[in-house]
Every structure is written in structure tokens, then in C-alpha cells.
Design a protein around this ligand. Structure first.
Ligand code: NAP
Length: 308
């Protein structure tokens, strides 16, 4: 087991973590990013990124995140694929234990992001990976010329639903109200897309199948009428939840688990900063995650200058 000392350890290699890594490494802080899963976070599973300024010519999420990763590494940021299992603050040093190593850091930046919420209906877990998906970029290709349902009415559901029309015969978006939550420009394009259909005021009661997904049991919320929709797959986009269980008891968070940070990304723990979707804030986008990361890194640098 190696024992390593860093100026800052960043947890999570999404837009927030990678931006923090870039800014910290450019300030010549000894910087390590730890990522338990896929590099690039949620953006790496988003095919069309059209609202990150400058990403117009080569806008796919995976490519954007590959460039962000490369950029932070070019300035000397280390990135390791390890799962953080425990964090302790001993005097003014953070001790971070992963499945492989133990690290010491003067500061830490939590940038663990968020993960899809489950719909919580029978069949969802059973058919996960066999027709139930939370990632159009990962699984869309399996549904060539097939019929897909998308559940949800936010930006994710509408954007990913439209992406799925590239493969599917038909994409039916099922929303529990009669009005979408998604931004208006996305709505306009979705309504104009001939492969998109909409079922309003309706919730999914059950996902049924025989080895793979075959149909959804639907309930109209206004009439309570039940119906069955034949589909080959269902993509669920009913929101996200923060990935913050590891930090329970260490840092202040709201009742859902979003970590509280101020304008300078400071948490209630000195030396501990937060960035990206895991932070309680109004707008969760790549651009705000990147901005959080930059601010968190600069705050961490200042904290070290004042305290070490
Ligand atoms: P969201 O905005 O929270 O929308 C979740 C959707 O799922 C809502 O339409 C909600 O219905 C519905 N829903 C929630 N629970 C449900 C349930 N149990 N059964 C059925 N429907 C349910 O989540 P999101 O679309 O994943 O977006 C998350 C954040 O990321 C947002 O801030 C969004 O703007 C951002 N985002 C941005 C982009 C982009 O800018 N291109 C792309 C993706 C995501 P109600 O409308 O009735 O509440």
C-alpha cells in the first residue's frame, strides 16, 4: 500500500471534478482526481451537448469529456480509477482511503455528481439491462427499428428521447402531467419530430416482459384507466439524486443529500469544498459544474496559502 500526499484530492471525474483538476494543476497544486466509475460523469453518457458554450462543432458528451480529461492531465493532474471507501479529517489533513490506496490531502473537493432516480415500479430492477435503461447513449443502438418508451418530462427525457429516434421506429414519451418541464426549444423540436409520440397525464404502473421487456402497464392519472403499451425498451428519466452517502456525518447537506456550499464552494468543514451536481444549487448543467470546479480549486488554493 502506498501513502501519498496531495494539496488537493478531488472525488469524481465529471465536469466539476475535471475543471477543478485543471484549475488546481495550473496553480501548481499537487492534484489527484479519484473516480470510481466512468470518466466524464453524466456528460459522458449524453450524446448531444448543445448548450455548453463552444461545443457547437464537436458537441458529443463523451468527446467533450475526453478533451476535459486530457486538458487537466496535460497540466499535471493525476487521475486514478479507485473507489473512495472512507474519509477522515485528522487535525487539518484529510485521510482518504480507497479500495487500493490511502492518500493524505490538505484540501478535498467533492465532485461526485448525481445518479438517475429509479422509477420504483415492479419489473424495473428485474429488466434492468434487458430493456430497462437509464442511458440512451449506452443502449440506444440495441433498439434499431424497435419501439421505445421514455418516462419523464424534463430536459433529460425529451433530449434523450429525441436522440433515441435516430435508432427506434417510434419513441413514446410518457409524462405524468399534460405539460413538459423541458426547456421550450427542446419541446418545439420534440413536437416536430415525426418519430416522437406523447402520452400525457400517465404513469407507469409496471414493466412486464418475458426475459426482456415487452410492455408497460399504464395508468391515466385523470381517469384512473389502465392500459398496456407494447414496447421493446423503456428509458427512465425521472430526475437525479446526489451521490453523497459517503459524506453523511462529515459535511452538512440538505434532507435529500445535496451538499451545502457557499459561493466560494466552501462547505461547513474547513478545507472541504464541493462542486457540480452534488452541490445544492438552482441550475445543474455542465457549465455550472465546470464553473463550480474552477471556483472550488481557487478556494482550495487560497485555503492552503492561509492555513499551511
Ligand atoms: P428533472 O428536471 O427533475 O425532470 C424529471 C421529470 O421526471 C419531470 O418531468 C417529472 O415530472 C418526472 N418525474 C419525476 N418523478 C416521476 C415519477 N415517479 N413518475 C413519473 N414521472 C416522474 O430531471 P432531468 O430531466 O433529469 O434533469 C435534471 C437536471 O439536469 C435539470 O436541472 C435539467 O435542466 C438538467 N439537464 C439539462 C440538460 C440540458 O440543458 N441540455 C439535459 C439534461 C438535464 P414533473 O414535471 O411532473 O415534475
Amino acid at each position: 500500500m502506498s501513502y501519498n500526499h496531495y494539496d488537493t484530492v478531488i472525488i469524481g471525474a465529471g465536469a466539476g471534478g475535471l475543471s477543478a483538476g485543471l484549475y488546481a494543476a495550473r496553480s501548481r497544486m499537487k492534484t489527484l482526481i479519484l473516480e470510481r466509475g466512468q470518466m466524464g460523469g453524466q456528460t459522458a453518457t449524453t450524446e448531444d451537448v448543445e448548450n455548453y458554450p463552444g461545443s457547437i462543432e464537436n458537441p458529443t458528451g463523451p468527446k467533450l469529456m475526453e478533451r476535459m480529461k486530457k486538458q487537466s492531465e496535460e497540466f499535471g493532474c493525476e487521475i486514478k480509477q479507485e473507489n473512495v471507501e472512507n474519509i477522515e479529517k485528522k487535525e487539518n489533513i484529510f485521510v482518504v482511503k480507497t479500495n487500493k490506496n490511502t492518500y493524505e490531502a490538505k484540501t478535498m473537493i467533492i465532485a461526485t455528481g448525481a445518479e438517475p432516480k429509479l422509477l420504483g415500479v415492479p419489473g424495473e430492477i428485474e429488466y434492468r439491462g434487458r430493456g430497462v435503461s437509464y442511458c440512451a447513449t449506452c443502449d440506444g443502438d440495441f433498439f434499431q427499428e424497435l419501439n421505445i418508451a421514455v418516462v419523464g418530462g424534463g430536459d433529460s427525457a425529451v433530449e434523450e428521447g429525441m436522440y433515441l429516434t435516430k435508432f427506434a421506429n417510434k419513441v413514446t414519451l410518457i409524462h405524468r402531467r399534460d405539460e413538459l418541464r423541458a426547456v421550450k426549444s427542446l419541446q418545439e423540436r420534440a413536437f416536430a419530430n415525426e418519430k416522437m409520440e406523447f402520452i400525457w397525464d400517465t404513469v407507469v404502473e409496471e414493466i412486464k416482459g418475458n426475459g426482456v421487456v415487452q410492455s408497460l402497464v399504464l395508468k391515466n392519472k385523470k381517469t384512473n384507466e389502465l392500459s398496456e403499451l407494447k414496447v421493446d425498451g423503456v428509458f427512465i428519466y425521472v430526475g437525479y439524486q446526489p451521490i453523497s452517502q459517503l459524506f453523511q456525518g462529515l459535511v452538512e447537506m440538505d434532507e435529500i443529500g445535496y451538499i451545502l456550499g457557499d459561493e466560494e464552494m466552501r462547505t461547513n468543514v474547513p478545507g472541504l469544498f464541493v462542486a457540480g451536481d452534488v452541490r445544492k444549487k438552482m441550475l445543474k448543467q455542465i457549465i455550472t459544474a465546470a464553473a463550480d470546479g474552477a471556483i472550488a480549486a481557487v478556494s482550495a488554493e487560497r485555503y492552503i496559502a492561509e492555513n499551511f
